[in-house]
Design a protein around this ligand. Sequence first.
Ligand code: SF4
Length: 353
Amino acid sequence: MADKSQIEWTDATWNPIRGCSRVSEGCRHCYAETVAQRFSGPGQPYEGLIAKGGQWNGEVVVVDHKLDEPCRWTRPRRIFVNSMSDLFHESVPFEVVAGIFGIMAAASWHTFQVLTKRPERAREFFEWMDNHHERRHFDTQRLNAQHPGCDWRPFFLADIASRILPNCGAGLRVELKGEWPLDNVWLGVSVEDQAAADARISHLLNTPAAVRFVSAEPLLGVVEMTQVSNTAALAEGQPWINALGGYAWDCTGPDYVDTCSIGSRLDWVIVGGESGKQARPMHPEWARKLRDQCAAGDVPFLFKQWGEWLPDNQNPSISGPSGDTQAIRVGKKAAGRLLDGKLHDEYPEVAHG
Ligand code: SF4
């Protein structure tokens, strides 16, 4: 547990799941994997989760004694869920995902930040829930009589949580609201380059969430948020999405005017360079482009860190959209978090409270 986090955009981390496997270039120097390697010996927390070569082996375990942690934290805080794993990893059963969402629904005084590289599975989870055979017990007159005007889903999720929690959640402080989507859960995708943006962002925009965000860290290339692939087929015949504007569009016409609203857009963008021993430098133009796109789209922007490298006149060179630049390794702390001399520390505006 980390009741206090060093991560700039959160207050605490909550890791009820351990274990993962790599999915894309952004995972190459996975921080969680490095930590897990160190503590994977017999009797240690990550035993059985790391392969011989030092990578995650794809096994995932639920950490029972961590499940109810947020319910025991009485002071409201922003909580990064599974900073050391991925809640939507294919080895996490949907019943477990539902239980974790149930805990988030019950601990409604907190704000939970769920970040994934598997948004297509997040979508599947919400579809699974809507088609669940038990939904009729919740989506009925009984619920309506007891909790008029409430959505059945938070009650369904809390019920599953009580089954997976030690002592069925007895003695926990519970403040369940009947709102959907849960107003205290933010859902985000990690995006390191355009390929990841194309594969992930439209799925996120097609999933119920009070706040949708992108964490572009480690940023490894140019990302054009106003033109990502419509992989989730949010609008028929429209191959592109402007994720900051909330519309799909077709670029075959002369003026790109063939747009249609998709009913959702990104509420927040975080940018950061890579840290750690083998960190790769971030070209300043990659960060600037995202900053400028967010400013034009009126989307809150948070520049988290440069990472280990700062742009400089020394080697190694990195290629960017407007030519090569140089970077020098100064360490994460010294590199800081100013972009062109300015602190960018914006957060989404939310009504939750
Ligand atoms: S998804 Fe996250 S935790 Fe899993 S391997 Fe990739 S970076 Fe590591």
